[in-house]
Design a protein around this ligand. Structure first.
Ligand code: NAI
Length: 462
């Protein structure tokens, strides 16, 4: 039976990136993956397919709302849902196929099936047992569904079912105003569904800078999404292909129901470690069921590492990728470092919303003195030309040193614009460093520079 330097369990962004880095560092590597295609949740039923649907429906929105003013006349396109789904699937196929190619290129074996760890140093796939000097658990996460709710992936769906609905529902209730709920809620609102989002907290997108969250909610409301905040969902009942959601409004404890064609449960995710045999191995978990690791991603069992959604920290593909590369370097004897203070977050609605580092709320709670530099996209020529003047860039900097502590963007290409600030933060830059860097005109990036200028003597175009 084959033996490997490293066997990675799970071929999502954490696992496949880790495997490639291990191979690049000269190790003999295999990846265990039970899905038909590589790429995990992100590529198959998460980030990538949802972005395809977000892109297609954004195009539709542009055609319906902005084409005529630009002199593009004619009827707005009608939706061929089957074709939109097949475009989405083609996009997924190109990406998952790309990883298969990368595996071949890097001489990584794909052990097809679901893996378990019968003992340290061994991985079992089907009836075969392989030797592995090191095992990396990168088995990802699954939807965390509220008790009292039964998901059938037809009428009551998680994000997985929401990406393959047979038709566009007339009405959709989304439980949870987090990233998944708002991205997929946007898709179906643009396709004409009546979308109601029910959220337990009093604001959308928990943890986001409160000013941005308020602005974001206003923009989504303008796009037709309805919000019921401060409401705890109690259960969902399905009858005649319709789902009735019952919820309690927390401030007065009043009970309500709402009925829809489809209900999307988007109340978070939890680590997926079923069947790995962690109990028998004695792998220590946190109270929330995450695998406990030290700063080198080592579990308490020698030779077993864990990364990505299975461990603590934000459940983000790019965080898993960084950990995947880092753990490979740890195994190779290097001393990598992931800077958890500079992990961007992006919501791919329109406009996009992005953030990195501290929020005003976290800075206030820590009693830190800070300054705010803000710039609205309405002052940005490129944004105005492109009907993208809604939103703003907000920089938070240390009041004494001007060092950048956090950034929040709501507006066009926010998910790309944030990275200039991430690099600046990695280098410990001050807002003045961005302000004194020449930015090409006319670009959206100028709004970032203007926000940096606003931290000093003032922005120019407001
Ligand atoms: P989330 O944690 O972002 O949001 C869940 C929401 O559900 C919270 O606002 C919570 O207060 C609410 N909720 C919980 N119980 C409730 C109840 N009984 N009634 C009403 N509301 C309730 O989780 P989400 O959106 O499911 O996403 C899961 C994970 O996937 C997140 O960690 C997210 O970061 C990640 N993800 C990231 C994406 C991105 O980076 N663009 C895209 C999709 C997912």
């Amino acid at each position: 039976m084959s033996s490997y330097d490293v066997i990675v369990i799970g071929a999502g962004p954490g696992g496949y990136v880790s495997a490639i880095r291990c191979a690049q560092l000269g190790m003999k590597v295999a990846v265990v993956e039970g899905r038909e295609t590589l790429g995990g949740t992100c590529l198959n039923v998460g980030c990538i397919p949802s972005k395809a649907l977000l892109h297609a429906t954004h195009m539709l929105h542009e055609a319906e709302h902005n084409f005529a003013e630009m002199g593009l006349k004619g009827k707005a396109p009608s939706v061929d849902w089957k074709q939109m789904i097949s475009y989405k699937e083609k996009t997924v196929g190109q990406n998952t196929g790309g990883i298969e190619f990368l595996f071949k290129k890097n001489k990584i074996d794909w052990l097809k099936g679901w893996g378990s760890i019968p003992e340290a140093g061994k991985v079992k796939v089907g009836d075969d047992v392989y030797d592995a000097k090191n095992i990396i658990i990168a088995s990802g996460s699954e939807a965390s569904v509220l008790p009292g709710i039964e998901v059938d992936e037809k009428t009551v769906v998680t994000s997985t079912g929401a990406l393959t609905l047979p038709k566009v529902p007339k009405s959709l209730v989304v439980i949870g105003a987090g990233v998944i709920g708002l991205e997929l809620g946007s898709v179906y609102a643009r396709l004409g569904a009546e979308v109601t989002v029910i959220e337990y907290l009093d604001a959308i997108t928990p943890g986001m800078d409160a000013e941005i969250a308020r602005q974001f909610q206003k923009m989504l409301t303008k796009q037709g999404l309805k919000f019921t905040l401060g409401a705890a969902v109690q259960g969902v009942e399905v009858k005649n292909n319709k789902a009735t959601v019952s919820y309690v409004v927390r401030k007065d404890e009043s009970e309500h129901t709402i009925t829809a064609d489809t209900v999307l449960v988007a109340t978070g995710r939890k680590p997926y470690t079923t069947g790995l045999g962690l109990d028998a191995l004695g792998v220590a978990l946190t109270e929330r069921g995450q695998i406990k690791t030290d700063a080198s991603y080592a579990t308490n069992v020698p030779g077993i590492y864990a990364i990505g959604d299975t461990i603590e920290g934000p459940m983000l593909a790019h965080k898993a990728e960084d950990e995947g590369m880092a753990v490979a370097e740890v195994i190779a004897g290097q001393k990598p470092h992931v800077n958890y203070g500079v992990i961007p977050g992006v919501i791919y609605t329109h406009p996009e919303v992005s953030n990195v580092g501290e929020t005003e709320e976290t800075l206030k709670a820590a009693g830190r003195a800070y300054k705010v530099g803000k710039f609205p996209f309405l002052g940005n020529a490129r944004a105005k030309a492109n009907f993208a003047g809604d939103g703003f860039v907000k920089l938070l900097v240390d009041a004494q040193t001007d060092r950048i502590l956090g950034a929040h963007i709501i507006g066009p290409m926010a998910g790309d614009l944030i990275h200039e600030i991430c690099v600046a933060m990695e280098f410990g830059a001050a807002a003045e460093d961005i302000a004194r860097t020449c930015h090409a005109h006319p670009t959206y990036s100028e709004a970032v520079r203007e926000a940096a200028l606003a931290c000093g003597d003032g922005a120019i175009h407001v």
